[in-house]
Design a protein around this ligand. Structure first.
Ligand code: SME
Length: 166
């Protein structure tokens, strides 16, 4: 279990995301498969930020149905229907949802009682199909900012357009 650290200042966070993207570009090759690519993204993000307590993916496995994918952190629930919880709502509405306090979101699915803030980013493939969502949880209130939104969306887009099945 990670100890909780305050989010670093904005410029440091931006530099950390830059370093994560450079490592991902070196690690994830054109012949890397989809699961290996997701696992590497989850690992690199989770290792880079002290305040990320759950970092990983829920994949679209059938119509309107997400199932957990590669992740780092404590156990995640296995199945989420589109429209349920933060992940299912982000999947259904194909939009990023960033919450300073998950208790304010009706229907939030609490995989861990210590989670306070959360961000969920849709991952689309080259055909524009939603193939997964990238979910990051933190034990800190308001751990995520516009920087996290834009940087995680950038990573999600890179992953979905380059590695997701079409
Ligand atoms: N909190 C999420 C469920 C996934 S776990 O946080 C890993 C949700 O409400 O969709």
């Amino acid at each position: 279990m990670k100890t909780t650290h305050e989010p670093r200042p904005a410029d440091e966070r931006k530099a950390t995301y830059d370093a994560v993207r450079h490592r991902l570009a070196a690690l994830v090759q054109s012949d890397t498969d989809w699961v290996a690519a997701m696992a590497t993204v989850a690992c690199e993000l989770h290792s880079a930020f002290d305040n990320f307590h759950w970092t990983g993916f829920y994949r679209t496995v059938s119509e309107n149905h997400l199932q957990v994918g590669p992740y780092q952190g404590g156990h995640g629930c296995i199945d989420i229907a589109f429209g349920r919880g933060v992940c299912g709502t982000a999947a259904k509405e194909r939009r990023t949802i960033r919450l300073d306090d998950v208790s304010a979101f009706p229907g939030h699915i609490a995989c861990s009682s210590t989670t306070v803030s959360e961000i969920v980013v849709p991952v689309m493939n080259r055909d524009g199909h939603l193939v997964a969502v990238l979910d990051v949880d933190s034990d800190l209130r308001a751990a995520f900012s516009e920087i996290d939104t834009s940087e995680l969306e950038r990573i999600g887009s890179w992953l979905g357009r380059g590695w997701a099945p079409v």
